[in-house]
Design a protein around this ligand. Structure first.
Ligand code: NCD
Ligand code: ZN
Length: 349
């Protein structure tokens, strides 16, 4: 049994920081574990232009504690009226690392999202030309589609068409939750990758709905049935490098204050940042795949995004680590992922 694991410093390829005091409160949790993170643009108002992204990046950089080295990677929130020239300029200037497609009303702060994917085909064409990565929240929003089927339906209705129409566009299918998504990504070209969250590797939908409603296990896309969870674990930890390399770490850490989760209309999102690496490593250990953890956490993402891997290392030790029931944040409290549980691994720096 190994007692300690040292890997190249990882990156988080899907993350929500919010803004203002909450952002300043949560940035240190991510900056202590990760070198870089793809920062989601679903603020109110959303980060839709190069200018807004550059300002937001400055605010995040200012929130990174002095003793930590961390670089936020910004994304452009696509709308029906995104200006391809501004996006291309922002990407060329190094402000934007990717652009994010939220179908309108799919999730938290997505009301300005895209109402019909075909409306942004001119933008996708420009992104393909300029090799700008497209991150996709892959769920349809049609009211007639069951919430548990929305990801699979998105593949059929939109994703197949996007990758067929833009074969050279790099696409990240974000926070995948189904075996359908795993199969889609496996069958797709090398231009298509996917992020997987810790929660979707740990829980199925029972964790949300059995024994009373469990708001802290609610996020979007919602956790699905057990067969899907097992497919995600198999993909992330695959011993076939041709499969494993398409999947990489993206926590989708999405902070909402305790009261906003424990509410008659509770917010979607799980605050995974405080124990992100410990949570993922637990899964890799359970799958007998600790030796494949570094690729998932620290190598596959940079390769997909065409960025250098990090030179520093981080270490996790086998230490029983109780996770607090809640953490203080902006004078209130927030419930972290794995609250009240004891993890077997601890990030030590
Ligand atoms: C995210 C959030 O709160 O911003 N929520 C979530 O459940 N994952 C949005 C998102 O990524 O869907
Ligand atoms: Zn997200």
């Amino acid at each position: 049994m190994i007692e300690s694991l040292t890997i190249r410093r990882p990156d988080d390829w899907h993350l929500h920081f919010r803004d203002g005091d909450i952002m300043r409160g949560v940035v240190p949790y991510t900056a202590r574990q990760f070198a870089r993170a793809i920062v989601m643009p679903n603020l109110t108002p959303p980060v839709t232009t190069t200018a807004l992204a550059a300002e937001y990046r400055d605010r995040i950089r200012a929130a990174v504690p002095q003793d930590m080295r961390f670089e936020p990677l910004m994304t452009c929130y696509l709308t029906d009226t995104t200006d391809p020239d501004d996006l291309a300029r922002g990407a060329g200037a190094g402000v934007f690392t990717a652009a994010k497609l939220y179908p309108a009303y799919a999730t938290t702060n997505s009301s300005s999202g895209v109402t019909n994917v075909e409306l942004i085909y001119p933008v996708l064409e420009r992104m393909e030309q300029d090799d700008i990565v497209l991150c996709i929240h892959g769920e349809v929003t049609d009211h007639d589609i069951d919430v548990f089927d929305r990801e699979a339906e998105f593949i059929d209705r939109h994703l197949n068409a996007i990758v067929a129409t833009f074969p050279n566009l790099r696409v990240v299918f974000e926070h995948i939750t189904t075996s359908d998504a795993v199969e889609f990504v496996k069958a797709a070209s090398d231009k298509v990758g996917a992020t997987i969250t810790p929660q979707h590797l740990h829980i199925n939908r029972n964790a949300m709905l059995v024994g009373g409603i469990q708001p802290h296990n609610y996020c979007l896309p919602v956790a699905k049935r057990e067969t899907h969870r097992l497919a995600l674990r198999a993909a992330a930890t695959s011993s076939d490098p041709a499969i494993a390399r398409k999947f990489f770490l993206g926590t989708d850490s999405a902070p909402h204050m305790r009261g906003d989760k424990e509410s008659a209309c509770g917010c979607a999102g799980i605050f995974g940042a405080p124990v992100a690496l410990e949570s993922y490593l637990t899964v890799f250990e359970e799958e007998g795949a600790i030796d494949r953890f570094e690729a998932f956490a620290s190598l596959n993402g940079p390769a997909f995004y065409k960025m250098p891997v990090n030179q520093e290392t981080v270490t996790l030790e086998r230490i029983e680590a109780p996770v607090p029931e809640e953490l203080p944040l902006v004078g209130e409290t927030i419930v972290p992922w794995h609250a009240g549980q004891v993890l077997n691994w601890k990030f030590v720096g």
